[in-house]
Design a binder for this molecule. Sequence first.
Ligand SMILES: [Zn+2]
Length: 210
Amino acid sequence: MILETFPVGPLQCNCTLMGDEEAGEAIVIDPGDEVTRIHRRITEHGLKLKQILVTHAHIDHVGGALKLKRLTGAPIYLNENDLPLLDMMASQAAWLGIPTPETAPPDEPLTDGLSVGLSSYPAQVLHTPGHTQGSICLHFVPLKMVIAGDTLFAGSIGRTDLPGGNFEQIMDSIHSRLLALPDQTKVLPGHGPATTIGAERKKNPFLRLQ
Ligand SMILES: [Zn+2]
């Protein structure tokens, strides 16, 4: 299995490339920026991109999705509760002072419970609203790994002061969906270093408040 996570763009969003060399297929999660670099990695591995999965529609996570789709033909998956944020791409770009990337509605909705990913390494979609209304996490059950978007970070949680954010909701999402996973589950957050569910359960100051 190929598993590469690398930060892209000015906000250093963690983009993940997962590939199955035998099947010759790959998926990309959160191609926020630096699409040429992402595409080059896929090509270097000789893989065909099967899905573009976006954890939520903030510009630093979704900004390069359409460009990557045009280069590869792969469909874009996004939870439909984030469609209003896609429509706000110009204001999102203005907040950061960067050019507005072209976006398009997703090809497929990332609904709770849906199975996505590579056939050898499937992921279950966990709808975890709070950072945004359409925020999702991807639970790769056989790999004991969760891609957490901006819902849970090492030692922190996603901000809830942007449009669509809700503090009670993100706390409920983390407690009911993420902390329900086994302690050894590896967590790849949308920004910063990897962690585990067990480490966050013990040490994350935001999760000790309740
Ligand atoms: Zn975000």
